[in-house]
Design a protein around this ligand. Structure first.
Ligand code: ATP
Ligand code: MG
Length: 357
């Protein structure tokens, strides 16, 4: 059956990088008989300009109908003065919560060709391949009570609340254990169980779930230590599972180990592997519209889409191989220039090269 893929380019470099990723999808459709139907929608600032809302009903309807969503990036200086409730970012958060995308998968993989572009020494990152599984719909980002209130003394007080229920922890733990089973069978659960009760419960539930996955070796680590270990000796990790906020911070940190934010894809999945796929970087307003952005994070997000939502591991692997070959051939956008002699290419040239491979 033909699968519908919602294409939401968004703002800034979003349209440029999504154009290249769509070229890859169209090539798979036309040359490899992949049964897909692509349908575009507005989100973020582009949607605000056209309709007044960052997530118009037509886009939400499309995203709900679709088998998968490919998103570019949202936001930019043009919309920064708007109230937080109608900013472009609300479009993204709305999609995550409306589609119940509770599992955020962020592979942190170093392409060997980019070792010299990493922040760390090549020997520390050679062969790096980590999967960060971040819980995406709970934690202090959503817990009540929240807000800023004025005390009787006249002083203001800001409040946010870290909340996790057993079922929320269990479902993300299962995604992480199932991922680890397919990889090196090592799972590190990151929490702050010595100080925060909600994460003490996190540790208890993850430990309980581990009985269903006897082949996976489970360890626990406090988040402060995990941050240090990721920079000190990142290759000790296979899969990391953690809470929404800790995952937010640790995955941005980990992205720098691989050379460029322009290389890293992500998947946000619901309970049925329906997903939204996007690069982890933002809309990069500083280089938007200049044909300079690296489209590889978005193209690698297409590979994740094929792997998780369309069950086409063969085509996912083919895309990842094509990216590798293009890097081997010495093609580089400006953000991934390490030491050495390379052919500096534009966004479009990089996309064309991947399509050709
Ligand atoms: P957001 O709030 O949307 O996450 P941000 O301000 O955190 O945005 P990004 O938009 O991710 O940041 O940009 C951070 C830096 O990385 C910028 O200098 C940008 O040009 C660069 N950058 C981001 N994505 C790419 C890319 N695909 N190719 C090249 N450079 C990129
Ligand atoms: Mg950012």
């Amino acid at each position: 059956m033909t699968k519908t893929i919602a294409i939401l380019p968004g703002d800034g470099i979003g349209p440029e990088i999504v154009t290249e990723a769509v070229k890859v999808l169209e090539t798979l459709r036309d040359k490899f008989s992949l049964a897909i139907h692509l349908e575009s929608g507005l989100v973020g600032g582009a949607a605000i300009d056209a309709t007044g809302s960052p997530l118009p009903p037509a886009t939400l309807d499309l995203a709900k109908r679709a088998d998968a969503v490919l998103l570019g990036a949202v936001g930019g200086p043009k919309w920064e003065s708007l109230d937080i409730s109608i900013r472009p970012e609300k479009g993204l958060l709305g999609l995550r919560s409306e589609l119940k995308l509770f599992a955020n998968l962020r592979p942190v993989v170093l392409f060997p060709e980019l070792a010299s572009a990493s922040t760390l020494k090549p020997e520390v990152v050679a062969g790096l391949d980590i999967l960060i599984v971040r819980e995406l719909t709970g934690d202090i980002y959503f817990g009540q009570p929240r807000g800023i209130r004025t005390l009787e003394t006249g002083e203001k007080q800001g409040i946010n609340t870290l909340v996790y229920t057993e079922s929320e922890i269990e479902r993300i733990a299962r995604v992480a254990f199932a991922s680890a089973e397919q990889r090196q069978k090592k799972l590190c659960s990151v929490d702050k169980a010595n100080v925060l009760e909600a994460t003490e419960l996190w540790r208890q539930v993850v430990t309980r779930v581990s009985r269903d996955y006897p082949t996976v070796q489970l360890t626990h680590m406090y988040v402060d230590n995990a941050a240090m270990q990721l920079v000190r000796a990142p290759k000790q990790f296979d899969v990391i599972v953690t809470t929404n906020m800790f995952g937010d911070i640790l995955s941005d940190l980990a992205s720098q180990l691989t050379g460029s934010i322009g290389m890293l894809p992500s998947a946000s999945l619901d309970a049925n592997n329906k997903g939204m796929y996007e690069p982890i970087h933002g809309s990069a307003p500083d280089i938007a519209g200049q044909n300079l952005a690296n489209p590889l994070a978005t193209i690698l997000s297409v590979a994740m889409l094929l792997r998780y939502s369309l069950n086409r591991v063969d085509l996912a692997t083919a895309i990842e191989r094509a990216v590798r070959q293009v890097l081997q051939a010495g093609l580089r956008t400006r953000d991934i220039l390490g030491d050495g002699q390379y052919t500096v290419v534009t966004t479009r040239e990089m996309g064309d090269a991947v399509v050709a491979q």
